[in-house]
Design a protein around this ligand. Structure first.
Ligand code: GDP
Length: 430
């Protein structure tokens, strides 16, 4: 069976921890979209790790980690990341790379930087990993598939053809050095040699695995609100962050996805520009940022301070709906133990009217948060294993949010570690 672990919001909800935890009972973990632009932080027996391209199952010896066709594959970064974990005594994971995955080219990373420079203050807040230029080229049909690395004739012709087009932009728009086709071809030969031992017909591999009754986890990056279609366009990422896309980005039938675990953090955070209705500022935000996550809310890839806000029921209800949520994993709840009262955003006021439905971006920009304050529990809930043992106000917080979003919270995460999890029966499941 196939399960997906995806985010309801702007990313950084704690998907890495939940995937790492669920990977214990899985055979195969697949990254199906995105690239090395965002990171998952994982704390386990080997230490604390930030993963960018590798699936969050690489810490188990019984799992196979797969880079699906939907991923933006940065080959040197993938190998740097493998080395960064094996250098810290993690056994070499079993890795497969889809022969249909496309490659982040050195010029994609440069184009990302040049475009941010050109836009100056009007930039999208890109992480400059080449993701937007990569996906643009993929859909303009001038991307390079892993399989193409093994066809020398094709590669030579295509490098010359693509460089011709890119060089016009480099020269006239960005005024930067041009692509040297011999150098690029050499780089691609190096990439070919690096990736060759791992290349696989992934959809066929997964088809066989599913027929053998194996469990496959699809691991999403970012969250619903960063989806190019359903998110806060244009402040979105360039590949779909939805569980539905997992079928495409891994190459499995959509009906095989039986469980969709949508990760929601107990408060909000976001990186990059874009409307963020429940955002807070000043000392209130600084304190939550400092206490948040595991060692503060700073980007796993970029180190950038994350924007902070209260839990947003409107965005999360929408985020869960678009994912097709069967289970909500509610994370980082332990962090809120310091607050006397916890505000929760239960509605948006737009042009004088209150709504609980998430609007399109132009209206979102006008939305003001409607806040409800819930009493805090004022204690440390880490280490608690049973739902009934959580303080009453803490359970009330969970149940209030569950009622607002309308999807069952079946897992509550009360610490960054693998075992910091409380399973719960939800009345919404009955
Ligand atoms: P992802 O991109 O969705 O995987 O999220 P990130 O890894 O960027 O951010 C989640 C952060 O919260 C990481 O630092 C995790 O170690 C941490 N984390 C996850 N779950 C919990 C939790 O329940 N409690 C605490 N305190 N930290 C958590």
């Amino acid at each position: 069976m196939v399960k997906a672990v995806v985010g309801a919001n702007w990313g950084d909800e704690g998907k890495g921890k939940i995937t790492d935890m669920l990977a214990k009972q899985a055979d195969i973990i697949v990254r199906f979209q995105g690239g090395a632009n965002a990171g998952h932080t994982i704390v386990n027996d080997y230490g604390k790790f930030a993963l960018h391209t590798l699936p969050s199952g690489v810490f188990y010896s019984h799992t196979t980690s797969v880079i699906g066709n939907g991923v933006a594959l940065d080959i040197p970064r993938l190998f740097k990341e493998i080395k960064s974990i094996t250098d810290r005594n993690v056994p070499m994971p079993k890795i497969l790379v889809s022969n249909r995955a496309q490659i982040v080219m050195p010029y994609h990373v440069l184009f990302d930087q040049y475009e941010e420079e050109r836009l100056g203050g009007k930039s999208f807040g890109s992480t400059k990993s080449g993701i937007a230029p990569f996906y643009s080229d993929k859909y303009a049909k001038i991307g390079f598939q892993v399989s193409e690395l093994f066809d020398d004739e094709l590669l030579k012709e295509k490098v010359v053809r693509v460089a011709e087009q890119k060089n016009v932009i480099l020269e006239h728009l960005y005024h930067k050095p041009l692509i040297d086709t011999d150098e690029l071809l050499n780089t691609l030969h190096e990439y070919r040699d690096m990736v060759a031992p791992y290349v696989c017909d992934v959809s066929l591999f997964l088809d066989k695995a599913l027929k053998e009754g194996k469990t496959v986890l699809l691991e999403g990056q970012l969250g619903t609100l960063k989806d190019p279609d359903h998110g806060i366009y244009p402040m979105v990422t360039s590949s779909s962050t939805l569980a539905a896309y997992g079928a495409i980005g891994a190459g499995v039938p959509p009906y095989e996805i039986k469980q969709i675990i949508t990760v929601c953090k107990a408060y909000s955070s976001a990186v990059g520009a874009g409307a963020f209705v429940s955002e807070i500022f000043g000392d209130e935000a600084d304190e939550l940022r400092r206490r948040g996550g595991d060692g503060g809310e700073f980007g796993a890839t970029t180190g950038r301070p994350r924007r902070m806000g209260w839990f947003d029921c409107v965005a999360s209800k929408y985020g869960c709906r678009l994912q097709g949520t069967t289970d909500v994993a509610f994370t980082v709840l332990d962090v809120l133990g310091y607050l006397d009262e916890i505000p929760v955003c239960t509605g948006y006021e737009i042009n004088g009217e209150v709504t609980t439905e998430f609007p399109v971006t132009s209206l979102l920009e006008k939305a003001k948060p409607v806040l409800t304050k819930l009493p805090g529990w004022k204690c440390d809930i880490r280490g608690i294993k049973k739902y009934e043992e959580l303080p009453e106000n803490c359970r009330k917080y969970i149940e209030f949010i569950e009622g607002q979003i309308g999807y069952p919270i079946t897992m509550v995460s009360n610490g960054p570690g693998r075992d910091d999890i409380i399973y719960r029966e939800s009345s919404l499941n009955k």
